[in-house]
Design a protein around this ligand. Structure first.
Ligand SMILES: Cc1ncc(C[n+]2csc(CCOP(=O)(O)OP(=O)(O)O)c2C)c(N)n1
Ligand SMILES: [Mg+2]
Length: 229
């Protein structure tokens, strides 16, 4: 993945897809896209293929609250429900789409809306609680393995600006207080002992990935048309 971020030949897409279009089918990542909501029907299609092949595998569509406003999301819910497709819809709801707060954008509730298509679901308010998210996900996966779609809405928060490492509270589309309330419960901030325990190993892993990326060659002119249909 790091080599892909660097645009190098050892990247998962040979350095030609970049950060916005990561994919690694060999480890189950079918694809990601900068076009909001566009990977949702892809997940439904992948799940349909998995169902036809048999073997009990499922697909997971991961998207934001903003993606639920795209028409293709509604089509995906309907089709998955109608055809009993083993797909888990997983909405990470940070209540933001760039600079627009949820209250300015949506007249529906995600779980309630999905249920009108016959897709059952559950909202996890404690998105900061990784154990709660894991348990809910295991239950959801078990439901999907039984042959029907399911939806998990996981409440979460974005600390920084939409793109970049800075903060943008001066735009006033959200308050610092609501973000501080999340930080007070964030295990990566609160559980410093755990963070200390994990840091050395993670830093080693990331340094190795970055070093691998930096020594990887750039794609050449001759690579331009490879992997292109
Ligand atoms: C079809 C489309 N419309 C608009 C954009 C511009 N855009 C990029 S991210 C984004 C907001 C997405 O919000 P959400 O789905 O909630 O994801 P989040 O960034 O909050 O995780 C928008 C509108 C886009 N990339 N694709
Ligand atoms: Mg969002």
């Amino acid at each position: 993945m790091f080599a892909e971020l660097y645009g190098r030949r050892d990247g998962v897409s040979g350095g030609k897809a970049g950060s916005m279009h990561l994919s690694a089918p060999d480890v189950g990542l079918m694809g990601s896209s900068a076009v909001v909501a566009s990977a949702i029907p892809h997940a439904v299609g992948a799940a349909m293929a998995l169902k036809r092949r048999g073997g009990g595998r499922i697909a997971v569509a991961v998207y934001g609250d903003g993606a639920t406003e795209e028409g293709v999301y509604h089509e995906s819910l309907n089709f998955a429900s109608l055809k009993k497709i083993p797909v888990l819809f997983m909405c990470e709801n940070n209540q933001l789409a760039v600079h627009s707060h949820l209250a300015e954008r949506q007249s529906y509730h995600v779980v309630e809306h999905a249920s009108s298509f016959g897709v059952p679901g559950r909202r996890i308010d404690q998105g900061w609680d990784m154990i709660a998210v894991r348990e809910a996900t295991e239950e959801a996966v078990a439901h999907v393995r039984n042959g029907k779609p399911y939806l998990l809405e996981i409440m979460t928060a974005r600390y920084k600006e939409h793109v970049g490492i800075g903060e943008d509270f001066h735009f006033q589309y959200r308050s610092r207080a609501e973000i501080d309330a999340w930080k007070e419960r964030d295990p990566l901030i609160v559980d410093q002992a755990l963070v200390r325990e994990l840091t050395a190993e993670l830093v080693r892993e990331i340094d190795a990935a970055v070093a691998h990326a930096e020594q990887s060659p750039s794609p050449q002119r001759a690579d331009l048309l490879t992997d292109v249909l």
